[in-house]
Ligand binder design. Structure first.
Ligand SMILES: Nc1nc2c(ncn2[C@@H]2O[C@H](COP(=O)(O)OP(=O)(O)OP(=O)(O)O)[C@@H](O)[C@H]2O)c(=O)[nH]1
Ligand SMILES: [Mg+2]
Length: 236
């Protein structure tokens, strides 16, 4: 899949400030309401609101839709499947009438054929690069595997385009503890070879609920920082 480089989008929020990166563990978010809003294939047809969006991206079948159900504690809010390629559109879920969780199609499912892959890549690229409301993109990584080239290339592309992101390791209930720790460590070490500063990362299982408080706490910390009054402008 060819990820095209685009000029930096200067209107995008850059939120991974040190205070959010280290203070989010003290935040707690309660999901009072979660409802499906809309599905579509174009960033310019997404909801016409100013609400912040937190989106999930990653390889097909990595567990994006399952994680949305786990975070919202709704069994089948987002559609999941054991067969890769279930989510093919941009899906908006409104949370607490305040912010959106966005479920995106997966990348890298070669069996779909070149044309279909290209179409999905376009949907993803347009949303990620053009959606001003996109506040943080969570890149989901399957914790059962060693670092995969396709994920590394996608993350590199995010960096080139100045897209704020976090890493979420999924399916942590599957590998043995030692293997899980090794895979996470290897992935973050590989990232540190290219990045001066590492993004926040979370270890989750949609089956056991592991990581739920941490991911929601992070979203809450970012939401709070958006509500905080801007620094006063000092006039001389
Ligand atoms: N054991 C375990 N299985 C999981 C977990 N998360 C997802 N799965 C399973 O992985 C498969 C894919 O999950 P989805 O949530 O549909 O994955 P997706 O990334 O949305 O996939 P696409 O929409 O096809 O790109 C399903 O069979 C899920 O039950 C997890 O944390 N633990
Ligand atoms: Mg899905």
């Amino acid at each position: 899949m060819a990820w095209q480089k685009q000029p930096k989008n200067c209107l995008r929020f850059l939120l991974l400030s040190p205070c959010i990166k280290f203070a989010f563990k003290t935040f707690n978010m309660i999901v009072k309401s979660a409802e499906f809003h809309i599905s579509n294939s174009r960033a310019d047809r997404c909801p016409d609101t100013e609400m912040p969006e937190f989106a999930f991206i990653g390889r097909s079948n990595v567990g994006k839709s399952s994680l949305i159900n786990m975070l919202t504690a709704r069994k089948s809010l987002a559609k999941t499947s054991a067969t890769p390629g279930k989510t093919l559109l941009i899906n908006h879920f409104l949370i607490n009438n305040e912010w959106y969780l966005v479920d995106l199609p997966g990348y890298g499912y070669a069996k779909r054929g070149k044309r279909e892959m290209e179409k999905l890549s376009q949907i993803i690229q347009h949303y990620v690069l053009e959606r001003q409301q996109l506040t943080c993109l969570f890149v989901l990584i399957d914790s059962r595997h060693e670092p995969q080239r396709i994920d590394m290339e996608f993350i590199e592309w995010l960096g080139e385009n100045g897209v704020p992101f976090g890493i979420i390791f999924t399916k942590a209930d599957k590998p043995k503890r030692g293997e899980l720790n090794n895979n996470v460590k290897r992935f973050m070490t590989r990232m540190s070879e290219q990045w001066e500063e590492l993004p926040p990362h979370f270890i989750t299982s949609s089956q056991s609920g592991m990581g739920r408080d941490e991911v929601l706490g992070y979203v809450e910390a970012v939401m709070n920082s958006l509500k905080a009054p801007a620094e006063p402008v000092v006039q001389l």
